[in-house]
Design a protein around this ligand. Sequence first.
Ligand code: DAT
Ligand code: MG
Length: 230
Amino acid sequence: IPYDPYHIRSDSNIHFDFSCADGRNAALATLANLGRNSTLPAAYAHHTNAAASSHGYAWIAAIPAAVYMLQDQEVHAAEMERTFIAIKPDGVQRGLISEIVSRFERKGYKLVAIKLVVPSKQFAEKHYHDLKERPFFSGLCDFLSSGPVLAMVWEGEGVIKYGRKLIGATDPSKSEPGTIRGDLAVVVGRNIIHGSDGPETAKDEIALWFQPKELVSYTSNEEKWIYGVN
Ligand code: DAT
Ligand code: MG
């Protein structure tokens, strides 16, 4: 279950349910580390009440911050969405996998599934079913099934809509520079990448290309630096 929500119980003490991995354990680790005087950052120790420090309780002052981070992470986990992104055979053949993956990574999105597959034409027709009336439908499906496709699921706040922005307009002659298609493709028939166009298609496409067990839920080390409200 990808979004098994963690929750803080309403009584004022925080209880940790060790069956929930990810965010909770990361926050726990933060608390545990802060609890060890030897790992206290020097600057932190410096600003802490000297009497408390001399009694070895300086770490207590760090708890509210760690709890804040924990709550923040939990609220945030519920807002995450996922989108289906695929590098088409032209992108794979042109050696653009690392370039494209790095653009999603550097933005701050999290890769939760990835595999290289050669889809059958029938599978391609399922993927592009909403375009079956278009004159280019058959050619499009032939092309998608002509070689390896790198299928991926990316996770992040607003990733469906913003993923489309990173990709750029369908026709690369109209895509803005700075977008994947704008920078790396020339014609609409070879526009190197696919991205889900909304929450419903994202859900359907992820289910078409991946089995639930192929989707990996984990807490990225970077999350506490990528997300936050001041
Ligand atoms: P997108 O891939 O940006 O979501 P789409 O869903 O309208 O665009 O079309 C799917 C793919 O079909 C697109 O990436 C490239 C191809 N395609 C779209 N319009 C086309 C056209 N007018 N001629 C040829 N291929 C086209
Ligand atoms: Mg589309």
